[in-house]
Design a protein around this ligand. Structure first.
Ligand code: AMP
Length: 218
């Protein structure tokens, strides 16, 4: 048998939602991931090696070819430069959006806006497209606090139900990007291991369709 395909997996909710699809495609870890502190797992079938990591590192492993395939959120892809990889399919899971948000009823200064976010590249690109002068301040979490503390006028963050924003007196303003889980492929791997990669993508597609059901999951 040829070398296993290496799949980089975004730990947490994306991984939890992806494992049943992977199992439906015939790939299961050699030991239950939830009970283990290991980060690298062989598959029982020998076709794949599964590596668990933070979402932001998935595009890096795939771009450099240390992983053939990656599973991560569109938000991390938008934040990476996207070199060396293809965004090949969506899994329809972990849907949310990246939005700007500010304190309810906030009045903004006429000049440069201060934006606090961990999505620095996404925010810079968006406000440049809008022709708006901004100063982007990098934070690593709990962005909601920044306007309350006077650090920034606005935040750019992931919004799902909007409950987190509401609980902190903020409201969503512009939707900057729609987000869901994506399957990415290293460019060289897609060429060199085309048949195996396409076979895996086909079976994942079938598993996604089966999960959605005949009404498309509506
Ligand atoms: P909500 O209160 O439902 O609007 O959820 C907002 C918070 O949940 C954000 O601050 C995110 O950290 C997190 N969140 C919700 N959905 C996702 C997702 N699909 N991927 C990553 N983080 C998410």
């Amino acid at each position: 048998m040829s070398e296993p395909l290496t799949i980089a997996l975004n730990r947490g909710r994306i991984l939890d939602e992806f494992l049943p699809l992977l199992a439906a495609s015939g790939i299961e870890p050699d030991e239950p991931m939830a009970d283990s502190r290991r980060l690298v797992f062989d598959s029982k079938c020998g076709r794949a090696r599964l590596v668990v990591m933070r979402g932001a590192d998935v595009p890096t492993y795939v771009a450099y070819g240390a992983a053939d395939i990656g599973i991560t959120g569109k938000d991390t892809l938008l934040e990476s430069d996207g070199d060396g990889l293809y965004d090949r399919m969506g899994l329809g899971s972990a849907r949310c959006r990246i939005s700007s948000a500010a304190p309810v009823g906030a009045v903004f200064p006429a000049g440069r806006l201060r934006i606090a976010t961990k999505f620095v590249n996404v925010a810079k690109r968006y406000y440049a497209e809008q022709g708006r002068q901004v100063e982007v301040i990098r934070l690593s979490g709990a962005m909601e606090i920044a306007p309350l503390m006077g650090l920034a006028d606005l935040i750019v963050d992931i919004v799902d139900t909007g409950n987190t924003l509401r609980a902190n007196g903020l409201e969503a303003l512009d939707t900057i990007a729609h987000i869901s889980t994506r399957v990415i492929i290293n460019r060289a791997s897609l060429k060199m291991r085309f048949v195996e990669v396409e076979a895996l993508l086909d079976s994942l597609r079938a598993a996604v369709d089966a999960r959605a059901g005949p009404d498309g999951g509506a």
